[in-house]
Ligand binder design. Structure first.
Ligand code: ZN
Length: 423
């Protein structure tokens, strides 16, 4: 007898920062990643303001989300007669005013359509979106636990060890501003303009002829005696730094002040000439990425298994085979290249296995609703949970405390089966 099977549909909403996003996903099997049917996105334009103003973001989301979702639902015939089976929305972390526009909308749709809601951790979305097939790596299997994730965006920079969907250990956190924020601020100091300044910096660096970039690369800025008299070292590297810092931190705030003090010393109030501007852009981007790699390599020496070379190694990373690079900055092709070339995985873990890099498609690296749907489905299916309608937006929500917030409710077998329809 043929068993009738129907995919179950998931509507996902995201509005934690400056992107208003909605997506529709379909799930046809517990063993396959969801299919992405469609997504809409609108971004708050903030170049004129020199950054995101929280009140402007609040008004933008409250004015944008409802008509955007209405148009999307009409396009996909999602309505009272044919609703989706599950709604996922970002619950935090992020700006509460912005988050609440999606949360309130999700609650309203949940009541109207009698469909459960899952309130999702934004960064879990960035990590789990790596389960989707990737255009540049079509044959790659999804990552297997335990795996590492480098989350690198305008709001966050961290290296996380994931032992299961909700068992996360933050290995490296940032102690000042995120890498993406630093890249944006440095780009502004160098006179670049746009809504995504880090992306503009990448474009500007890529526009420098390859031979010139190679010349810049050879110039040592660890000391001041170079043709540009620029000294730009890695944060934390110096004689006073312990070999095994605990915890390990990223730090990106010093890069903007390096440009400012360089300008003061050598150029007064004058703008840089084009050659100096290009050189600074190249070196700033390169050194920020070198710092990321230097800290991850420090983590490998501390948590690998090669005690012959690194006597204090505690083998915490044994079993790790996958590294996910997610978040807006992880879309930078220079960072991707450097990560794949410069990490000391084999030396520190004494393994013949290769570290497999997962680079989600560029459109899924920046904030989007697809990732919220993917993470919500995973929480719903693996942990059999949803979020009750009393949920509030959460401004600060550490990634290693996903289950410690209120509002999680268990789903019983009958409800689970009525939604998934898996046979
Ligand atoms: Zn994000």
């Amino acid at each position: 007898m043929r068993v009738f099977r129907r995919n179950y549909k998931v509507l996902a909403l995201e509005s934690s920062c400056d992107d208003a996003c909605v997506a529709l996903l379909e799930k046809e099997s517990p063993h396959k990643p969801p299919l992405v049917i469609d997504q809409f996105k609108k971004t708050l334009l903030s170049a004129e303001n020199g950054g995101i103003v929280p009140t402007a973001a609040h008004d933008f989301h409250h004015a944008t989300m409802a008509p955007l979702v209405d148009e999307f639902c009409q396009k996909h015939s999602l309505n009272f007669a044919t609703p989706p089976d599950l709604i996922c929305c970002t619950r935090g972390p992020g700006m509460t005013g912005s988050l609440s526009s999606s949360i309130q909308l999700a609650k309203g749709l949940s009541m109207a359509w009698q469909v459960p809601v899952v309130g999702v951790h934004h960064m879990l979305g960035h990590i789990l979106v790596s389960q989707l097939p990737k255009t540049s790596q079509p044959l790659l299997e999804p990552p297997q636990y335990p795996f590492l994730s480098l989350l690198c965006s305008g709001g966050h920079t961290m290296l996380v060890l994931l032992k299961s969907i909700v068992d996360h250990e933050i290995i490296i956190d940032v102690n000042d501003i995120a890498a993406g924020d630093s890249l944006d601020k440095c780009a502004r100091e160098l006179g670049l303009y746009g809504n995504m300044l880090g992306k503009e910096l990448e474009k500007y660096v890529d526009s420098i002829p390859l031979d010139t970039r190679k010349e810049y690369h050879e110039i040592n800025t660890k000391v001041k005696t170079n043709p540009y008299n620029l000294k730009l070292g890695l944060p934390f590297k110096g004689p006073r730094d312990p070999k095994y810092p605990d915890p390990i931190h990223f730090s990106f705030a010093s890069f903007k002040s390096s440009i400012q003090s360089y300008r003061k010393q050598h150029h007064g109030d004058q703008p840089f000439d084009e050659s100096t501007n290009q050189f600074l852009a190249y070196k700033i981007q390169e050194t920020i990425f070198d710092h990321i790699i230097d800290r991850i390599n420090t983590a490998f020496t501390m948590h690998g298994s090669n005690t012959a070379i690194y006597p204090e190694a505690d083998s915490k990373f044994v079993g790790v085979r996958d590294l996910i690079c997610s978040g807006g900055v992880a879309a930078n092709s220079r960072l991707r290249h450097k990560l794949s070339q410069e990490l000391k995985f084999n030396e520190c873990l004494e393994t013949e296995d290769k570290l497999t890099f997962h680079f989600p498609d560029l459109l899924l690296c920046t904030d989007n609703a697809v990732m919220i749907g993917v993470a919500g489905i995973e929480l719903f299916e693996k942990l059999r949970i949803k979020t009750d309608l009393s949920m509030l937006a959460i401004r600060r929500w550490p990634l290693n405390e996903i289950m410690k917030v209120d509002g999680w409710t268990e789903i019983n077998e009958a409800e689970f089966k009525s939604i998934t329809r898996y046979r």
